[in-house]
Design a protein around this ligand. Structure first.
Ligand SMILES: Nc1ncnc2c1ncn2[C@@H]1O[C@H](COP(=O)(O)OP(=O)(O)OP(=O)(O)O)[C@@H](O)[C@H]1O
Ligand SMILES: [Mg+2]
Length: 212
């Protein structure tokens, strides 16, 4: 479902990363591991269509997103990709449930409050639905970000350092929740992290070398 070919990524004209090929089947779960500055976030942002490629192709379910206009890429992302950002990107002035409802609104989908409450229940934070993000622990806020990313059962879920600020117990719980939810929805999963604790959970791990 995800197919990268001869992709060069960077900022401006300065290349940071080159990848020959990467293929992830529908429902596949991949981990990108590697040192700080090795390009993990850069790759994730390119797959999300947030960072334009310097060259190469990135196909998601047969659509080469590098060929889409910026507007169409944004639209495609809204329909097909759920993103769990490192800095969670929750709206501070909105309650937990309203942050989830906003996600429906942002992608143009019908607002399904029942589904949002179900996800909060599944993640064990239903009692926090009316709380503001600042009233949550780091682990609880992380779960809200997960709920938001998987809400609309996107074909592809991307996560950037979803566990690096969590203690060992929350780390285990959070990664299990992400993997299980992705599996239940049939979503493919691509996680970028330098958190060594995640490696044992994945059969498919790609290591990025430290930048020279
Ligand atoms: N907006 C930017 N403009 C210019 N260079 C950038 C930008 N963002 C990242 N870089 C550079 O690209 C390289 C890869 O950065 P990236 O954030 O992808 O690393 P990472 O593997 O995610 O690191 P970390 O584990 O610290 O999150 C680094 O050398 C970084 O300095
Ligand atoms: Mg990073």
């Amino acid at each position: 479902m995800l197919s990268l070919k001869d992709v060069t990524l960077g900022y401006g004209k300065t290349p940071v990363l080159h990848m020959g090929t990467l293929e992830i089947p529908q429902g596949g779960q991949f981990l990108i591991s590697g040192a700080s500055g090795s390009g993990k976030t850069t790759l994730l942002y390119a797959v999300a269509g947030i960072l334009p490629v310097i060259s190469g192709s990135i196909a998601i379910n047969g659509t080469d997103i590098t060929k889409l206009s910026e507007t169409n890429r944004d639209h495609f992302r809204g329909k097909n990709i759920g993103i769990i950002y490192q800095t969670l990107h929750l709206v501070r002035s909105l309650s937990v449930i309203d942050n989830l409802m906003l996600a429906f609104f942002a992608s143009g989908a019908k607002q399904d409050r029942g589904r949002a409450l179900h996800m909060l229940h599944r993640l064990g934070i239903e009692d926090k639905k009316d709380a503001l993000p600042e009233q949550l622990s780091q682990g609880q806020a992380q779960r809200v970000a997960i709920a938001r990313a998987v809400l609309q059962k996107p074909p592809l879920i991307l996560a950037d350092e979803p566990t690096s600020s969590l203690d060992d117990k929350s780390c285990g719980k959070v990664i299990e929740i992400i993997m299980r939810t992705a599996k239940e929805n049939g979503s493919s999963l691509l996680i970028a992290t330098h958190d060594q604790r995640l490696t044992p959970y994945f059969a498919n791990v790609m290591y990025f070398e430290e930048a020279p």
